[in-house]
Design a protein around this ligand. Structure first.
Ligand code: J2J
Length: 541
């Protein structure tokens, strides 16, 4: 069985008791409520994927039978299973099967490659890895073979589609009656989500049934989600935003319908919105720019769309103003994080608040502090570091005690690394970032992770990765590289190719590379990334 108390810090008992007494934590589990929904409205459609429509009864039956089969293969409560699936219906079959067993999905993204997958499987001691056969031109089976051969803890690879040398997911299910494994407790961990990170390796975020389900319920209320809602999963299904804000899981919790979108472009998404009468979806700012440009001239009827959530990175005010007129829906800004805290503009906020702020917290029990570099509260309305604690914000990363000591205050506040100010109405405006992280259109990059890779190049003496402004993505990446004395000059392509060949998600390959002979230094002799960002002009690459 999992010992979450040893793998990650959790809420103090009296705080947990308070969240239960307030009705935030109601003792529900994912498998528990899916069974209830399947009993209450078995024939209603839960998940639509192309021509497939799975009812609540079908999703529940599939998940239960898969759980029975996984249990027979020795997968049990507390085990970790790396799930790397694109936007396909099986994503829900797999995660609800794991939820039922109390095994923990580790949510990889389709873009992740060998470096990340190997790390997730090794660090979590995952017993299984779930993949598509091919996706976006990439064959995931060969990577799975490599990782499995390298890691004795990884016993099984399950494939959606043609399994090759692995096991087809369709071979696994057994009759539901054979499922005897006990159900997890509401306070157990439900899954491990990925942190955007600012360190050499991604941190894992342990979320419980209790806390995550509370965030779903709160999100549903603020986003107007009901059993009539139809949510389009545009971003990768496993990301925290489309999963929970209010996301696919929120909409399933409400008894609504989830529609999977294979690609985020308007040419793919708009016909699906029309055909499936999608009412709500969530996208990142660069995509929102594309959608608002395409909206006014599209031949497709988007009138079913009530709410468009935009978040993951700062949405500029000018772009925000264009959403409602171009797409005929209400904009809802969302400033969230997989570690917990989620802020939404309210649907009935005045239009100026909706376009100029990133919303306010879900819960009255979300505690917000805005502090200076010494953890002292700044005067109301001024910029400061956002610290938060509450009923769905973690108290620590999974198996990371040293990092936790830096990322959390002694009294349990999470240091978000975001610089915000609070308006008189309590709305937060994101003004910047103190953590060393690059936000490339909502995709988070930890410079240290990429720098460590580039340092492995034999000709490289030193490297520093910084963000440069980008009209479309908000930020893109620039690697300043110092070559070793006497090394042959390199082309920037050589650095990019080197990173790509290490097997990293493509969005982490530096957009730009510039060779320099020295880095600007701070007063105490550290690299000044601030100066590097400000001198970055438009390097030719
Ligand atoms: C500025 N920065 C933002 C916003 C996130 C809902 C929505 C997004 C995420 C997410 C999520 C921002 N304006 N509107 O999990 O449930 C930056 C901040 C934050 C970090 C978290 C959700 N919305 N950000 O983006 O874990 O820097 O979650 O700390 O990927 O994204 O990233 P992530």
């Amino acid at each position: 069985p999992a010992r979450p108390e040893r793998d990650a810090p959790t809420w103090p008992e009296e705080t947990a008791a308070r969240y239960r007494a307030a009705g935030h934590w109601r003792g529900e589990t994912f498998a528990g409520w899916l069974a209830e929904r399947a009993g209450a409205h078995p024939a209603r459609t839960a998940v639509t994927d192309g021509d497939r429509h799975w009812t609540y009864a079908e999703l529940h039956t599939r998940a239960t039978e898969l759980a029975a089969g996984l249990a027979a293969r020795g997968i049990t409560r507390g085990d970790r299973v790396v799930v790397q699936l694109p936007n396909v219906a099986e994503f829900f079959e797999v995660v609800f099967a794991l939820f039922r067993l109390g095994a923990l999905p580790v949510f990889a993204l389709p873009a992740h490659r060998e470096t990340e997958i190997h790390y997730f499987c090794e660090f979590t001691e995952a017993v299984a890895y779930v993949i598509p056969d091919r996706h976006a031109g990439y064959d995931h089976r060969a990577l799975a073979t490599k990782v499995r051969d390298a890691l004795p803890t990884l016993r099984e690879v399950f494939v959606v589609g043609d399994p090759g040398e692995h096991t087809a997911l369709t071979e696994v299910p057994l009759p539901a009656a054979e499922l005897t494994a006990p159900e997890p407790a509401p306070s157990d961990l439900a899954f491990l989500q990925l942190s955007g990170g600012s360190t050499g390796v991604p941190k894992l975020i342990p979320r419980t049934h209790d806390d995550y389900i509370y965030s779903l319920r709160g999100s549903n209320e603020l986003c107007g989600v009901t059993a009539d809602s139809v949510y389009l999963v545009v971003l990768p299904a496993a990301h925290n935003f489309p999963l929970s804000s209010p996301g696919s899981l929120g909409v399933l919790y409400a008894g609504g319908r989830v529609v999977l979108c294979p690609q985020p472009d308007p040419e793919t998404a708009f016909p699906i919105i029309e055909r499936e009468k999608v009412t709500i979806t969530g996208i990142v700012p660069p995509l929102a720019l594309v959608w608002t440009e395409a909206g006014p001239t599209t031949p497709h009827d988007l009138s079913s769309l009530d709410v468009l959530l935009v978040g993951g990175a700062k949405f500029s005010e000018s772009a925000a103003r264009r959403v409602a007129p171009a797409l005929g829906c209400t904009l809802q800004q969302v400033f969230g994080m997989a570690e917990g805290l989620v802020n939404y503009t309210r649907l009935d906020d005045d239009p100026e608040t909706i376009v100029t702020t990133q919303g306010r917290p879900i819960s009255a029990d979300d505690e917000i502090r805005i502090v200076d570099d010494n953890d002292e509260d700044v005067p109301e309305g001024e910029n400061g570091h956002l610290l938060t604690r509450g009923p769905y914000t973690i108290r620590g990363y999974w198996r990371a005690p040293e990092h936790n000591a830096r990322s959390f205050t002694a009294d349990g506040f999470y240091r978000t690394g975001d610089i915000v100010r609070r308006t008189p109405t309590g709305h937060l405006v994101v003004e910047g970032r103190a953590k060393d992280q690059i936000n490339r259109g909502g995709e988070k990059i930890a410079p240290e992770e990429i720098e460590n890779i580039i340092l492995g190049h034999p000709a490289v003496h030193d490297v520093s990765l910084v963000a440069v402004p980008d009209e479309y993505l908000g930020e893109r990446t620039l690697a300043y590289v110092i070559l070793r004395a006497g090394a042959e000059p390199l082309k920037s392509m050589a650095i990019k190719k080197f990173v790509r060949e290490k097997g990293l998600a493509a969005y982490k390959v530096p957009d730009l590379v510039e060779f320099v002979t020295a880095f600007p230094q701070t007063g105490i002799g550290k690299i000044s990334k601030k100066d590097q960002r400000s001198i970055a002009t438009t390097p030719q690459n």
